[in-house]
Design a protein around this ligand. Structure first.
Ligand code: UN1
Length: 495
């Protein structure tokens, strides 16, 4: 058997394996194969990474933004060149089906390219002064050293969302990815290295959140933290950052609804919920975890959904014909099975799935059937984020009740409504409490040129991606230029 490939930390432009550190391995959740071996970084390693970023910052800040953008374009080229090989690493390390593994890398390419263009924008504003011969404007400036802490479910896309936006704005970065997808992060960093990002501008540290992550968050030289992950860890990061008055950007969970009205194209809505609920084995922040059906189409739609699931192929995610791969880890499997148990114990009706899969193709991996519960609004499975292939189906008597149910959860990331009624579509855009609303499309599949983020416990108000991505990573400098030649007093001089 080939030995497991070893990866170091990437600090100041060099891959290094400090002596005496523990190592951890990542494993393919479909079959237990080892995918990579990584350093468990100690606080002093994190300190060196932050020091390298701090040292590299002034020169990177002073590099013209269009030049920074050009380097990002080269990163996009490197990623494009490696799309197939990195896509396969995504699938092997995290378990999403290969089409989605490639999609993860494509989303990276799209975003890096989009941010490269931002190097020629990074716009401030000019506004009039109330005084004579005085000019007022704003410019964007980088924050300094930024920590990017990223999850395993989009193991290349989310690191790129953060890193490319931070870099084009002139920040230097220390990236700390989720441990179980460290290889994906290393592959991303290699693309930045190959593209010629200067030493120290992007650094990679791997290791557990409680040691490596906390050391990064607490380092006084880190001025901003961008975190995507679970709500509990997010809260902890927020509190730690708050003590030092750091800017903390959070992208957390979701409990995203798809509403299907009685006038909807049911075939379209069916395709939508299959992709939204079971794509990525339900492990997207944007995954559809609640299907809210108008009572008039409830039985028909549910029947069709269950029928389709009977031929749904769960299995090897590298096989192009597989519909759904494993969940990403033993912990994920445990959590999903626990929620299935909770659903049954709180009286929800298990309409489909509900089992861990066994047999030759499954025994070395974490395979759970796509699962559908009929339940009442208010049960735990209808309100808590499960982050797995478990869909709660809820009944609504009309549009207003559907919206009420949709909104009555702690999260507000994505949402969807299927209807042919144009007025109701626009009402839903206004009335669904979520950062994202889709009409006649599933809750997943956001595009990088639009803002991404949510309300309530999904975050703390910021947005990633889109043209607003740069807000997270810049300070605004306001400048006043007085060319009148004498002292003018705002608010005081006679008008
Ligand atoms: C996430 O799950 O954290 O909209 C990101 C989507 C993807 C991104 C999801 N483009 O489903």
């Amino acid at each position: 058997m080939a030995s497991t490939e070893e990866f170091g930390l990437f600090i100041d432009g060099k891959w290094e394996s400090p002596p005496g550190r523990d190592r951890f391995v990542t494993k393919n959740p479909a079959n237990g194969e080892e995918v990579g071996s990584f350093v468990s970084a100690q606080p002093e390693d994190v300190g060196r990474a932050v020091a390298a970023a701090a040292k590299a910052f002034p020169h990177w800040r002073d590099t013209p933004a269009p030049k920074r953008g050009e380097i990002l374009l080269r990163v996009a080229e490197e990623l494009r060149h490696r799309k197939e090989s990195i896509g396969r690493v995504v699938t092997r390390e995290m378990g999403k089906v290969i089409a989605e593994g490639r999609g993860d890398v494509q989303e990276s390419i799209d975003f890096v390219e989009y941010m490269a263009g931002e190097g020629r924008r990074l716009a401030g504003e000019t506004v009039p002064s109330e005084l004579f011969r005085k000019f007022c404007l704003t410019v964007r400036q980088p924050k300094g050293v930024v920590a990017c802490i990223t999850p395993w479910n989009f193991p290349t896309a989310i690191p790129n969302w953060k890193v490319a936006a931070a870099l084009v704005c002139g920040n230097s970065v220390v990236l700390k990815p989720a441990s179980n997808t460290a290889r994906c992060a290393a592959e991303v960093v290699k693309a930045y290295e190959a593209a010629g990002v200067p030493p120290g501008v992007l650094n990679l540290v791997t290791g557990p959140g409680g040691v490596t992550g906390n050391a990064l968050v607490d380092d006084p030289r880190v001025r901003a933290i961008s975190f995507t992950g679970g709500v509990e860890t997010g809260r902890e990061v927020y509190v730690r950052g708050a003590r030092a008055l750091k800017m903390v950007h959070l992208e957390l969970g979701g409990k995203n609804p798809q509403i299907v009205m009685d006038d909807a194209d049911l075939t379209l809505a069916l395709e939508g919920v299959l992709f939204g609920a079971f794509g990525t084995s339900g492990q997207r922040c944007t995954a559809t975890s609640r299907l809210i059906l108008h009572e008039k189409i409830y039985d028909e739609f549910l029947g069709r959904l269950l029928e389709r699931l009977r031929s749904f192929r769960v299995g090897d995610p590298l096989d192009e014909k597989t519909d759904m791969g494993p969940v990403a880890s033993a912990d994920q499997e445990k959590k999903v099975l626990e929620y299935i148990r909770i659903g049954s114990s709180e009286g929800a009706k298990l309409a489909g799935g509900g089992e861990k899969l066994h047999g030759n193709d499954y025994d070395r991996g974490f395979f759970v059937q796509p699962t559908v519960f009929e339940t009442k609004h208010g049960t735990r499975i209808s309100k808590e984020e499960i982050f797995g292939p478990v869909l709660s189906v809820l009944r609504a008597k009309d549009y207003d009740e559907a919206i009420r149910i949709a909104n009555d959860v702690d999260y507000g990331l994505s949402s969807s409504i299927y209807t042919r009624d144009v007025s109701r579509s626009f009402r839903a855009i206004q009335e669904l409490e979520a950062g994202i609303t889709y009409v006649n499309a599933p809750t997943i599949g956001a595009e990088v040129q639009l803002p991404f983020g949510g309300v309530k416990n999904t975050g703390n108000g910021g947005r990633e991606a889109g043209s607003v991505a740069i807000e997270e990573f810049t300070e605004i400098k306001t400048a006043f230029i007085d060319f009148s030649g004498h002292l003018q007093k705002a608010q005081i001089d006679p008008r």
